[in-house]
Design a protein around this ligand. Structure first.
Ligand SMILES: Cc1cc2nc3c(=O)[nH]c(=O)nc-3n(C[C@H](O)[C@H](O)[C@H](O)COP(=O)(O)OP(=O)(O)OC[C@H]3O[C@@H](n4cnc5c(N)ncnc54)[C@H](O)[C@@H]3O)c2cc1C
Length: 329
């Protein structure tokens, strides 16, 4: 058994100092990190408990009309906050589609952003091959059980997917992740926060060592009237997405003024379907246009032995989510 030390950080500065030491990691709700430690996948030397940092759980309006969600806000509190429900219902729906009520009561927004993939081979240390867990060891999923794996943006090193529902909505909403670290503060546009596997599948995000996520900032709400988070999964609850779609629209005079579409369950990061968005813009929401636009989202798809169904599923899910967002279904 490894010896682990525990420290309760009184404030952000102390947390960052402690987490900059070798082998130290932040712990939020612990719903992912502790599972990984029990399985021997994560082996930290020191846990820096950030849950007592005052104020980082707050949800507050921003001067530009946007909303700041503190990184320590629990998933259930964020989902049920009046402003989130009224102004960003897409995000509220995504939170509520994740995990279970008990888990959402513990899970923090920062921890949700950082949760690791649910690839079977990553989670099971009995498998020697996993480039994400042990760089250079290979990827057992390439030729193995890959039903839940990526069809977009994967590499020969890794075909794992990002499991976060919340992050798919945040991608569609163009959120900004605010972090504070040993070299100061920075704001990371959501599209640049998670990364594709490339040659470094061990790195899920662009967060640097010792950096603490302090909040997620949402731009002013544009999509409260027309949005939908649709999650397709094996069970109606308590299951990760096979494919999910965050669809957000602005509609004027029966045509789409702005479209934002993000997909979950298909890539190593939340996947923005930018070509689909462009094709929908300026068009009325007809089934034919939607089907052509949805096909663009998977034009570059590369399925593996067991997950070819995701190519069709993603298109159908986009059509349904956009129709529901637009009120035509
Ligand atoms: C059975 C089960 C089912 C689930 N189903 C779903 C699902 O359907 N959809 C879904 O989206 N999720 C699901 N989850 C995952 C759940 O959402 C995550 O476990 C949770 O969001 C992680 O948050 P946490 O605060 O507990 O993170 P922790 O476990 O405390 O931490 C996770 C990681 O984040 C890092 N971290 C935490 N806070 C910060 C911070 N502020 N700055 C920098 N790094 C930080 C930690 O160091 C650690 O590496 C499920 C989990 C379980 C156990």
């Amino acid at each position: 058994m490894d010896a682990i030390s525990y420290e309760r950080a009184p404030d952000a500065a102390a947390a960052i100092r402690s987490a900059s030491q070798p082998g130290a990691v932040f712990i939020g709700g612990g719903t992912n990190l502790l599972d990984l430690m029990k399985g021997g996948i994560a082996r930290p030397l020191k846990l820096v408990d950030i849950t007592h940092i005052d104020g980082m759980e707050r949800i507050t309006p921003l001067p530009d009309g946007g909303l700041r969600i503190g990184a320590l806000a629990r998933n259930s509190d964020a989902a049920n906050h009046a402003w989130v429900r009224e102004r960003y219902p897409l995000l509220s729906q995504a939170f509520l589609a994740g995990a279970s009520a008990q888990l959402r009561n513990m899970a923090t927004v920062g921890g949700n952003l950082m949760q690791r993939t649910r690839c079977y081979y990553f989670y099971d240390a009995a498998f020697a091959q996993c480039n994400k867990r042990t760089p250079g060891s290979g990827c057992a999923a390439l030729e193995g059980n890959n039903r839940i794996h990526a069809i977009l943006g994967a590499s020969t090193q890794c075909i794992a997917t990002n499991p976060s529902d919340m992050s798919v909505a945040l991608a569609a909403l163009d959120a900004v992740v605010r972090v504070s670290g040993p070299r100061g503060e920075r704001a990371i546009p959501f599209a640049e926060f998670h990364r594709l596997p490339g040659e470094r599948p061990d790195l899920d995000t662009t967060l640097q060592a010792g950096e603490l996520i302090t909040s997620v900032d949402l731009p002013p709400p544009l999509f409260a009237e027309h949005s939908k988070y649709l999650k397709v999964r094996d069970r109606a609850s308590y299951a990760f997405a096979l494919v999910s779609v965050a669809a957000a629209l602005q509609i004027e005079g029966g045509t789409v003024k702005t479209a934002r579409i993000a997909l979950g369950g298909v890539a190593h990061k939340p996947w923005r379907a930018t070509e689909t968005e462009r094709m929908l813009t300026g068009q009325p929401l007809s089934r034919a246009t939607l089907q052509s636009a949805a096909a663009l989202a998977v034009r570059e798809a590369k399925p593996y032995r067991e997950n070819g169904f995701k190519v069709e599923l993603a298109q159908r899910a986009i059509v349904r989510a956009v129709e529901q967002a637009g009120g035509v279904a």
